[in-house]
Design a protein around this ligand. Structure first.
Ligand code: NAD
Length: 372
């Protein structure tokens, strides 16, 4: 009897979930990169390039797999014709980032023939995307000078604001945010614009940030109240809007929440899936983070058609409809909104993905096609 090959650890960690995982190595520039394509069921996989000094290759692989899968769900829930993928470069960007290295990454990326499209993420920015663009078209998030979309934060904030209207409708059967008290954690690039929209809508704001200059700016411009960073989640308010770091909804913060809605731009707000269940049990409406903060993704994805800010802003309004659908599903199925969001995304991947056979560039006209 013939034995099959023994599985190495790396194949075990991929399971049958990932379509493709590629390791790139360019000795002269020191490039060590991993690209993970989780799914192209809905279209080419899009996701950012993280440049980070991972302690080990295993950590880098785990991170890129986790993040790639998250992008599949985010793109699906946003109604985009895109799949999910991610890339990581191992190393300290401050020490090893160079034009040679980024161009080597771009050349490698080009060999994937559009199955994965990169963008900026932690450790990379618009300038880096411009450099990569010199080698491949499989990149978005370039600077406006290169035909790119520039800073996505105002678009993300607009999407969060529209999402808050969906939340208000669900909770109070009234879309108006006038007179609502909103605690905003983090008034950086997204939080600042969100405070602006909310103030214009007549909401009252209590803001917090570890950066005193960021707080001073919103106090000066919008006359908001402030709270200490470790007290913001416990404010007596209608809406708690996490717009700083992930993991704010966890064992030690859930009992002190004094809000009816948790909805903001931060990624990975729930420390674990169980915390989504905990919010549901408390009757707190949670807007799943990857649904409400998809504005940035929708914005860069628009570059694939030749960027148009007005069109991107209009598409972001779909976040309102996506959240309404997620809330309806949660009610119908008696599940938490975080679980409902996953089902909502999976349902679209099943329904639409079935129509598109496995995406291979240049394959028959009846099959899936690239979006550019
Ligand atoms: P940012 O760095 O400009 O702003 C984050 C702000 O949070 C900073 O001002 C920082 O000082 C503050 N902060 C950090 N720790 C804090 C704490 N403990 N308490 C209070 N404030 C704290 O980042 P951003 O672009 O505004 O993004 C905010 C969040 O939204 C992040 O989680 C990001 O991943 C997510 N997000 C952003 C976009 C986008 O388009 N920028 C898109 C999707 C998701």
């Amino acid at each position: 009897m013939r034995e099959g090959p023994r599985l190495m650890g790396v194949f075990r960690s991929l399971g049958d979930e990932f379509e493709e995982v590629v390791h790139f190595h360019d000795r002269p520039s020191g490039l060590q990169a991993i690209v993970a394509v989780h799914s192209t069921a809905l279209g080419p996989a899009l996701g950012g390039l993280r440049f980070y000094p991972y302690p080990s290759e295993e950590d880098a692989l785990n991170d890129v797999l986790r993040l790639a899968k998250g992008m599949t769900y985010k793109a699906a829930a946003a109604g985009l014709d895109l799949g999910g993928g991610k890339a990581v470069i191992i190393g300290d960007p401050k020490r090893i980032k160079s034009e040679e290295l980024l161009r080597a990454f771009g050349r490698f990326l080009d060999t994937l023939q559009g199955r994965y499209i990169t963008s900026e993420d932690v450790g990379t920015g618009g300038d880096d995307m411009d450099t990569i663009r010199r080698e491949t078209r499989s990149v978005v998030g370039c600077s406006p000078a290169m035909g790119g979309s520039g800073d996505p934060s105002p678009v993300t904030a607009w999407g969060v604001y529209k999402g808050l209207i969906a939340c208000a409708e669900e909770m109070w059967k009234d879309p108006s945010l006038a007179g609502k008290r909103v605690a905003v954690q983090g008034v950086g690039k997204v939080g600042y614009h969100l405070v602006k929209h909310l103030t214009e809508a007549g909401a009252s704001i209590v803001a917090s940030d570890v950066d005193v200059d960021a707080v001073a700016r919103v106090v000066r411009e919008f006359d908001v109240d402030t709270a200490e960073p470790d007290k913001i989640h416990a404010q007596d308010c209608d809406i708690f809007a996490p717009c700083a770091l992930g993991g704010i909804i966890r064992d030690d913060t859930v009992p002190s929440l004094r809000c009816r809605i948790v909805a903001g731009s931060a990624n990975n707000q729930l420390a674990s899936q169980e915390h989504g269940e905990a919010l549901a049990e408390l009757g707190i409406l949670y807007a799943p983070d990857y649904v409400i903060n998809a504005g940035g993704l929708i914005n860069v994805a628009d570059e694939l058609r030749g960027y148009d800010r007005a069109r991107a802003m209009a598409r972001v309004e779909g976040i309102y409809r996506a959240l309404r659908a997620v809330f309806l599903l949660a009610t119908q199925e008696r599940i938490s909104t975080s679980r409902a969001a996953d089902r909502f995304a999976e349902d679209r991947i099943d329904r639409i993905g079935r129509l598109r056979s496995y995406w291979v560039p240049g394959r028959s006209a009846s099959g899936p096609r690239a979006v550019w």
